[in-house]
Design a protein around this ligand. Sequence first.
Ligand code: MN
Length: 315
Amino acid sequence: MSAPKTDPPKQHGFVGLRVVTDWEKLDADAVIFGIPYGKPYDPMNFPNNQSKAPDALRAASPRILIEHDAIDTDLKTKNCVSQFKLIDGGDIPLHDKDVQRHYKDAEQAVRYAIRKGVIPVSIGGDDGITNPVIRGLDGFTDITIIQIDAHLDWRDERFGEKDGYSSPMRRASELPQISAIHQIGIRSFGSSRKIDLEEAQRWGAKIHSAQKIHTHGMKSVIDALPKDGQFFVSLDVDGLDPTVIPGTIALAPGGIMWWELVELFEGLVKKGKIVGLNVVELAPKNDLNQISMIAVGRLILKLLMLQLSSSGPSS
Ligand SMILES: [Mn+2]
């Protein structure tokens, strides 16, 4: 398997982390990297604003984490970022507007990181990039997808495109490495039709509606997860409430709140192991005072600190 080569960030790495663009040299606990380009339904919409998210997230670094020796005072562990080997892996390149190749390279990067024992943390891009990211998980046999999203994403195709942002859970359901899908924060109108919901239910996707979580809490979601599960977290930021993350496109009131998501992350490492994270649908043009970037940056660090602390600091 040949090592991915990525584009360097325009400024500095995510929270000032060391940048590695030749993944042959990737020696890390986790790699954070950009996958900017989802497959568009209309070429007029390419590239979209979500493509700017990896750079916008890095630009907010000084407001996400000031010092690598600082502790996360929420956590029971006293570990800090500097105790773990976190790397900014650059951005998956786009050659000649070839999104098909961009997808292949993204899929390969996820596969490569996993083979090296490095947790992949990818930053989109729109939700279309979730399709190749999940295909890259084929080094595993028994993955539970934890999708946080307002939308079902079970369309078989839209405008003739099967790898766009309306289809990632449908595509995931077709892969042998995916044994369960939990859809968390689902609500209101999107592009899903009756038949898409029926397909999801027939497959056995567990749909945890935002309204049910609001009434009964996140505990019932965590209780429903498999024990000793291998969890891949697919975070579409529109799953969160717009008051938490306004910097997205498909705003939907009534979403998951901050502490509910933190509780879910804590529940995942108690129940099993987080094997990767994919963040999509951040739209910098809609952000307010960088709050969405700060929220996502800190969620990435929190998830990694929780998982890496439970498996012990690296030597
Ligand atoms: Mn969504």
